[in-house]
Structures are given as structure tokens and as C-alpha cells.
Ligand binder design. Structure first.
Ligand code: SF4
Length: 448
């Protein structure tokens, strides 16, 4: 929703990706466009967009879907405008929509002109299929006069004819060439208020093409994988393709294309990608152990229940679910709240410390009681006696299972062993550094 956008937009004003001890420099597009109040590019938070699946002319259905996607966190929504009756509906949609609306136009420049008149906050078109440069010029003139930005772009399936041979030989270069040619055309038309997209169904090609394009132009980039697929496979393909680019600092707005009528699912996936990269914050983050043979409760049901209940919260709290207490709180110690359990009892913990011990069957409800308290007061209240009892319980479980080789302990051992190997290698590569007296002898090799 717009409210979230501004709230979290301020938090994430500077683009960055933080990883283990490193920070990638932001490389968002230098230029920006503003779509109905939402800035895209120029260092703004990556905007989430989706597209309605309804017939746009069906006003009631379209508005219902727009409200649903806005509620799910879409910053912008796109609607298809293939007929005159869709333009008629668009006039009302742009007024009633809680988020800016992009009109999606193909083949018919008249519909683009009419959509600008209807008040669309942005026009999406492919300059290669709209009937020639004169018609693109007509749309550009009208958009400039109205202050309406555009998204121009091309998909792998709709490249201009003169690039078909190149596409067969080098699809990445063909896509980038099309993008660069369209940018040149718009600039010749003295129209610069646009963002660009070049998309493919092929993930490696989408990544390579956008990397190359981002080096050639400084306009904002819209990212997407065309016809990504079903909710499951499409989400994964999008996470890999778009996530790779976003982690490189490339991309200013994203749309996840999924074969589902429920456009809000696309929005949820987009947010998960942005949250995973720490590019934006919205709502709680749930982390859960992968489970193993030490599992002490019905994790599948519990995690699904927690995930469902967390959807009602706006605070970006991190909630952890650990299937057993054998390792203690371990890698979930940074979580704002978490639960872990043994046979009959469980523990609620917070930011690395026990909060209280509760009977197993009340674990989830007590967890949400704590989250509710936090949502209201923004404080985590600790009862010293309950905390001590919880800590004691955890200590006992850890002691009883000290010899267990859990996945977490194995990972820790592996990390320690890798560090030891690296130190030993360092000794071999850099012997007697202190005694070295020539630049050559003294050169220190650095491990990659
Ligand atoms: S040992 Fe680790 S992975 Fe296995 S159930 Fe316990 S917390 Fe989960």
C-alpha cells in the first residue's frame, strides 16, 4: 500500500545490499521517473508492481483486484488496455485506484493517446510494434505535454524484424540492441521521461542482457522474467533472475509474472525477494530450521500457522521457529522472537535470551501474545523469574544433548575446519613475512 511505501521507503532510502560483513555499492539507475507519486530509479527503493488479470473493462472485478494487490503491498499496478471499452474503464480506475496505474498498450497508438487523456499515470508500450516512429512520436508528444512517463521495452518474443537474425545468433545482444535503439529513438523525439525493460523467458539471458544494458544507459530499469511459469517454478525463476540483478544493484522496479489469476501472489513473491536482499522491509520475516530427526513437534503445521498469523502484522519483526532445543537458540539468536520445543515444553525466546517456558500446546499462542504486546508497546517486557526458569530449562536440554552432532553443530565444525585449513595455507603461501626484505619476497598472497 502507498502507506507502506512511504513508511518503508524512508527506511530504505539508500539502496544497499548487506551480506556477511560486506556491503555492495548501490548502482541504481542515475535517472528516475515518477509514476503517480512513486519514484522509480535515482536511488529510490525498488518499486513492486504487478498486473491485473481481469478484463479491464470489468470495472468491479478490476477494482477489486487492484485493492487486493495494493493491500498485499503493490506500489504500482498495470492494466491491459486492448479495446476502447478498457479506456472507458480506465477513466474511473485511475481515480479510484489506491496506487498509480500503468496502461499496457500493444499495436494501437490511438489507445495510448486515449489512455493518456484518461489520466493513466504511465504508459507501457513497445516502440517496435506500435506502427512506426511517427506514431511513437505522436504518443511521446502527448505524454510530454501531459507529464505522463512511459515504460518502453521489448520482450524476447517481440524483437523488431531487423534483429531476428542477430537474435538467432546472440539473443542477449539482440535484446540489448533493441533496448538501446528504442532509447535512442525516444531521445531523438526529445522524450526522456521513461524507464526501460528488456525481458526474456530465459533467465541467464535476462541477467546478461540487463547487466549489459545497465552499462549502456542510465534510465531506470524495469525487471521481469517473461512468462516465468507457475507459482512454484515462476517464483524460483524470478528469484534467481531478478535476485541476481538486484544483488548487483541493477533494477529499479520489478514485476513477477506468474500463471495465476491471483495477482497478489506476484506481489508477495516480489516482496520476499526484496526482503531477502534487505532492499526493503515490510512486515515480519519468518525463519525456520530445516528440521531433522531431532524434531520435537509438528513443524509443518506450526510454521504454516505462524506464517498465516504473521500476515496480520506490519512490524518488520523477525520470528524464528526451531524444531528442537538441542542446540540452544544458536543461529536464531538475532531473531526478535522465537520458539523452540522439547517433548512437553517449549521456550519462547527473544533476541538471544529466554523469555519464558510454556507448555508445548500453548507455544504458538504465547508467542503471538508476546508479538502482540510488542506491536502495541514497541517494548519487549521481561519477567526476570520466568526468564531465569526458561534459561535453566534451555541449559539443561543443551547439556543433556551436548554430544549430538546436529546440522548446526556440523556446520560450525565445518566452518572451524575451513578456517584452520585457510590459516595453514596462509602460513605456506606467506612464510616468514616479517623477515622478508625484498618487495618480491615480501609480497603477501591473498586468498580469494
Ligand atoms: S537439530 Fe537443528 S535442524 Fe534439527 S530439529 Fe533441531 S533445530 Fe531443527
Amino acid at each position: 500500500m502507498a502507506r507502506d511505501r512511504y513508511r518503508y521507503g524512508k527506511l530504505a532510502r539508500r539502496r544497499s545490499v548487506r551480506g556477511a560483513g560486506r556491503r555492495l555499492d548501490p548502482m541504481a539507475s542515475k535517472r528516475h521517473v515518477t509514476v503517480g507519486g512513486v519514484q522509480i530509479g535515482g536511488g529510490a527503493p525498488v518499486a513492486v508492481q504487478t498486473m491485473t488479470k481481469t478484463e479491464t473493462a470489468n470495472l468491479a472485478a478490476t477494482m477489486e483486484q487492484i485493492r487486493t494487490v495494493a493491500e498485499a503491498g503493490a506500489d504500482i499496478v498495470r492494466v491491459a488496455v486492448p479495446r476502447e471499452k478498457d479506456v472507458e474503464a480506465l477513466k474511473t480506475i485511475v481515480v479510484e485506484s489506491p496506487i498509480p496505474v500503468i496502461a499496457d498498450i500493444h499495436f494501437n497508438h490511438t489507445l495510448a493517446l486515449k489512455s493518456i487523456d484518461a489520466g493513466a499515470h504511465c504508459i507501457r508500450l513497445n516502440p517496435g510494434n506500435i506502427g512506426g516512429p511517427e506514431k511513437v512520436a505522436e504518443v511521446a508528444d502527448k505524454a510530454r505535454a501531459a507529464g505522463t512517463p512511459m515504460r518502453i521495452g521489448v520482450n524476447s518474443g517481440s524483437l523488431p524484424k531487423h534483429l531476428h537474425a542477430l537474435e538467432r545468433e546472440n539473443p542477449v545482444e539482440a535484446l540489448v540492441t533493441a533496448g538501446v535503439e528504442f532509447v535512442a529513438l525516444m531521445e531523438r523525439l526529445d522524450f526522456t521521461d521513461f524507464k526501460v525493460s528488456i525481458k526474456s523467458t530465459n533467465v541467464p539471458n535476462t541477467i546478461a542482457a540487463n547487466r549489459l544494458l545497465s552499462e549502456k544507459i542510465d534510465h531506470p530499469l524495469h525487471l521481469g522474467i517473461t512468462e516465468a511459469g507457475t507459482k512454484w517454478s515462476g517464483s524460483l525463476k524470478s528469484a534467481v533472475g531478478l535476485g541476481t540483478l538486484l544483488a548487483d544493484g541493477i533494477g529499479d522496479t520489478i514485476r513477477i509474472s506468474l500463471s495465476t489469476f491471483h495477482a497478489e501472489e506476484e506481489v508477495k513473491v516480489a516482496w520476499e525477494i526484496l526482503k531477502a536482499l534487505k532492499l526493503r522491509e515490510k512486515g515480519p520475516v519468518l525463519i525456520a530450521c530445516p528440521t531433522c530427526g531431532r524434531l520435537q513437534f509438528d513443524m509443518d503445521t506450526v510454521v504454516a500457522d505462524i506464517e498465516r498469523r504473521l500476515q496480520a502484522y506490519e512490524d518488520p519483526v523477525e520470528v524464528a521457529v526451531l524444531g528442537c532445543a538441542v542446540n540452544g537458540i544458536g543461529e536464531a539468536s538475532h531473531a526478535d522472537f522465537g520458539i523452540t520445543g522439547a517433548k512437553n515444553e517449549g521456550l519462547i525466546f527473544s533476541r538471544g535470551k529466554a523469555l519464558k517456558k510454556v507448555p508445548q500446546e500453548r507455544l504458538v499462542d504465547e508467542l503471538f501474545a508476546e508479538i502482540d504486546k510488542y506491536a502495541q508497546t514497541k517494548r519487549i517486557d521481561v519477567d526476570a523469574a520466568e526468564q531465569a526458569a526458561g534459561a535453566q530449562w534451555l541449559e539443561r536440554i543443551e547439556e543433556e544433548n551436548a554430544g549430538e552432532l546436529t546440522p548446526e553443530r556440523l556446520a560450525k565444525l565445518e566452518a572451524e575446519s575451513a578456517r584452520a585449513d585457510a590459516d595453514a595455507m596462509d602460513e605456506v603461501l606467506n612464510p616468514r613475512l616479517d623477515e622478508a626484505d625484498s618487495p618480491t619476497e615480501g609480497r603477501r598472497f591473498t586468498r580469494a
